[in-house]
Design a protein around this ligand. Structure first.
Ligand code: CA
Ligand code: CA
Length: 274
């Protein structure tokens, strides 16, 4: 009887052992394969690094690096001006551009600026409002359709809050020009402009924009080097509220979904009540 019961048990143990060996072999071979894959494909981290580089260098976000963007990279990255860019300089460049992508954070000092008004006769300095009223900064350009559609709402909110806050429309770099990423809707609405090469060319479009959109709050025009736009990471459009101390109180997100005057007005209601 003992023999009869011990034989199937022995068979069972043998089966388990074989299964264990097969499984172990499978796991070990998978690990070896994965390891060899990692060794033979160092391209994965290189690809993500190139994507990061493309994103950081591509200032107009058209998915390509132009000669101008490449020159700007070199001018910014080659800190010791020895005509070469080394690893340390690249790391600093990446950190710097990432910071620029974000703009000032909530509670941080709002970057100060002085820009000319549309009539070219006056200048406005952001810090002149310090200690007086909160300031709403509206960044945008005429060639951005989603900005145009929000103009009426912005004007309505301005009318409601104009006694309690200062407003500045900061006219920045065009979003869609005829020589760079033209849009059908802009052609339909006859808003067709070549990329401005000078401050005067930008000013002319800014004046047209201000008039056609029916805005009444103070407008200033960013210089052609786009310094203010870059300091606020404001392209293609963006909303900020700067409090009386000169700190960022509200920071809208960039672009189509982030540009939300209604959301901004809720923050404005709150800060104007304090
Ligand atoms: Ca580009
Ligand atoms: Ca260098």
């Amino acid at each position: 009887m003992d023999d009869m019961t011990s034989r199937p048990k022995g068979k069972h143990v043998l089966k388990k052992l074989i299964l264990y060996i097969i499984l172990s072999a499978f796991i070990i071979s998978s690990m070896v394969y994965a390891q060899s894959e990692r060794k033979s494909r160092p391209i994965t981290p290189a690809l993500s690094l190139s994507s990061l580089f493309l994103r950081l260098m591509d200032l107009n976000k058209d998915g390509q690096i132009s000669l101008e963007e490449n020159q700007k990279f070199f001018a910014e990255a080659d800190l010791d001006r020895n005509g070469m860019v080394d690893k340390t300089e690249i790391n600093k460049f990446i950190a710097n551009r990432r910071r620029k992508e974000e703009g000032p954070g909530i509670g941080q000092e709002a970057p100060d600026f002085t820009l000319k008004t549309l009539d070219g006769e006056k200048t406005v300095t952001l810090s002149q409002y310090k200690g007086k009223k909160p300031v709403v900064l509206v960044f945008g350009s005429y060639t951005l359709p989603t900005f145009r559609t929000q103009a009426e709402t912005l004007e309505r909110i301005y009318q409601k809050f104009k006694s309690k806050s200062e407003w500045l429309f900061v006219y920045i770099r065009e979003s869609h020009t005829s020589d760079e990423s033209q849009l059908d809707v802009n052609i339909e609405e006859n808003i067709v402009y070549k990329k401005p090469q000078t401050y005067e060319e930008r000013l002319a479009i800014a004046k047209e924009c201000y008039k056609k959109l029916g805005l009444t709050f103070t407008a200033v025009v960013d210089d052609i080097d786009n310094k203010v736009e870059e300091a606020y990471a404001a392209w293609p459009d963006r909303l900020y509220i700067v409090d009386k101390k000169g700190k960022i109180y509200y920071k809208g997100k960039k672009g189509h979904s982030g540009f939300n005057p209604e959301e901004m007005s809720r923050y404005l209601t709150r800060i104007c009540a304090t």
